[in-house]
Design a protein around this ligand. Structure first.
Ligand code: 13P
Ligand code: SF4
Length: 348
């Protein structure tokens, strides 16, 4: 069904109101009447399909702004989106993010058809260790609590005691009953965790596997020093997947949700966002009075998502777009994530 000219004009205006302030666009687009009109038929079609199929779109903050603001129903960080998946009553969940996030949604909402726009949207952290790798580490440290960062596969989650996200990792690990903790798969987050626990006076031994995020791993303390020299009063905001050297010189370290909150509530002339550029786009929309000096990086996997692929996954998902999990494995992974919900402080 083709949308009427009137519907397209109204959608164009809606999109323009939302996207007008986005300057940090991954494809260098300027959002104006022309570019918004070009995508309006597609966002209309997707929003119509969502109603028809009783579907919701969960969009991580790193995906492109026309997805977040054009068709997304829930947008945020991994914790927020996991909770949205758990509470969802929709028949279909389209996860615009990366595959481990869609898998998490399937674990938490098993009766829904969960689809992922591009099966190739991996993650260097999730891809760094499999279930076998965790089993080998567990055998070496039988007295440890096994903690996995949510950026891990369902198979890895099924092997672990509790899952964490960047928003609750410090609080959950600090309160675990054992002194020894095996943390997979992020080596850099494990280092940041050690520093934070030491700062809090919590005595834990954190053993980690060797994964890193190919995006956050690249920021350097030198980049921060240069930016500070150029922009007096600058606030540096980093994700806990960054190196400890970077975390040590940042003004704030937190999940993407916490980073957004910090920027919105902190008066400063400039911000340097040491994270994926999608978050800068979101802040340009939601805090247009703030100034960002660049320096963010793109996650290629998050950018595999597109409106066209979302439309196709909704209209008639291909087998490779549908997330399926062995039920026994799903139940074991669900236990690990439910433990996270149980241990997460209400303030997260
Ligand atoms: P958040 O949960 O903080 O959004 O992080 C997800 C992620 O993949 C960061 O690279
Ligand atoms: Fe994975 Fe890093 Fe991309 Fe996040 S930004 S999805 S951790 S590769």
């Amino acid at each position: 069904m083709l949308a009427s000219d009137h519907a397209i004009e109204a959608e164009t205006e809606r999109l323009l109101r939302a996207l007008l302030h986005v300057e940090c666009d991954p494809r260098g687009r300027k959002w104006n009447l022309e570019t918004c009109r070009a995508i309006a038929p597609l966002t209309l079609e997707i929003n119509r399909l969502k109603k028809e199929k009783n579907a919701v779109i969960l969009a991580h903050s790193y995906v492109e702004p026309e997805i977040v603001y054009g068709v997304g129903d829930f947008s945020g960080d991994s914790y927020y989106l996991s909770l949205a998946a758990k509470k969802s009553q929709a028949k279909v969940i389209v996860f615009a993010g990366v595959v481990f996030m869609a898998e998490t949604a399937k674990i938490l909402s098993p009766d829904a058809l969960v689809v992922v726009p591009d099966r190739g949207s991996g993650c260097s952290l999730a891809d760094s260790i499999d279930g076998d790798g965790v089993r080998k580490l567990k055998a070496l440290y039988p007295d440890a609590t096994i903690v996995c960062y949510i950026n891990s596969t369902a198979e890895v989650k099924a092997e672990c005691d509790v899952c964490v996200t960047s928003g609750n990792v410090y609080d959950i690990v600090a309160n675990l009953p054992t002194r020894r903790v095996l943390f997979v798969p992020d080596r850099l987050m494990a280092q940041n965790l050690r520093s934070e626990l030491a700062r809090r006076g919590v005595d834990k031994e954190i053993i980690s596997s060797d994964g890193t995020c190919m995006v956050h791993d690249e920021f350097t303390a030198g980049q921060v020093a240069e930016a500070r020299a150029q922009f007096p009063g600058l606030k540096v905001v980093a994700h806990p997947e960054c190196t400890p050297e970077v975390a040590a010189v940042a003004d704030f370290v937190g999940s993407t949700g916490a980073m957004m909150k910090y920027v919105k509530t902190t008066p400063a002339p400039y911000f340097l966002m040491l994270t994926e550029c999608g978050l800068v786009g979101r802040l340009e929309v939601e805090a247009p009075e703030k100034n960002f000096i660049g320096g963010c990086r793109l996650c290629p996997y998050m950018k595999f998502n597109s409106l066209e692929k979302i439309r196709d996954a909704l209209a008639a998902p291909r087998a490779d777009q549908i997330v399926t999990l062995d039920e026994n494995l799903r139940l074991r992974a669900a236990r690990c994530i439910d433990k996270m919900f149980e241990l997460t402080p209400a303030t997260t």
